[in-house]
Design a binder for this molecule. Sequence first.
Ligand code: SF4
Length: 237
Amino acid sequence: MELQIAPTVEAAPIGETSPPKELVAWSLEKFADRRMVITTAFGMEGCALIDMYARHDQSVSVVYLDTMFFFQETYELRDRLVERYPNLEFVNRGTTLTPEQQAKQYGDKLWERDPDLCCKLRKVDPMRPVLQEADIWITGLRKSQSKSRGQIRVVDWDWQYQVLKISPLATWDRKQVWEYVKANNVPYNALHEQSYPTVGCTHCTKPVAGASVTDYSREGRWNGKEKTECGLHGDGI
Ligand code: SF4
């Protein structure tokens, strides 16, 4: 499907409650000469965000970290997004540590014994060089995703990676994301329709009973453990 490229939008006063589309246009204009990167794990929010950026004629890199534990549905979604948005560059910057090497060095099923270390090896550390090469980090975080995410700001400084972070969807709820996705025919992970509100690694993601596409919950992640976040966003997020 061909995308309508949005006309250049004049910089408007931007605040924490500005609509996502305005924030996207503002970020592109304000930081046109900076290195900007969208990172995504291909959740519904990331897909909506990718669509919003793809509607502008400035090319932005979309970086994902293939943990080598993605669901097949996630790889299929990645391929659909690449096909749908040829004006964006999709780059895998995931770890080169294979599951076999990890098992040899750290023992079998590290995700069960020490999921924080597993996430560090496969997500948090690989993200470091990505963000060292970027000036602006665009994320699909939303405040209502969890209590800890309630603290995020649309424009913020990320202390962990020392980079300016912009989260245009911060004030949206899941229903608004879903409505955008449906209205714009944005590709999304088929697992969302099988009671997976979020989709991470196969070892650490379970369906949530009764969850529909408009329900967001982190209940199915690291099921049975206190951990609810991979640590990419600092401060327990
Ligand atoms: S989500 Fe699970 S398998 Fe994936 S990196 Fe984290 S602990 Fe490892």
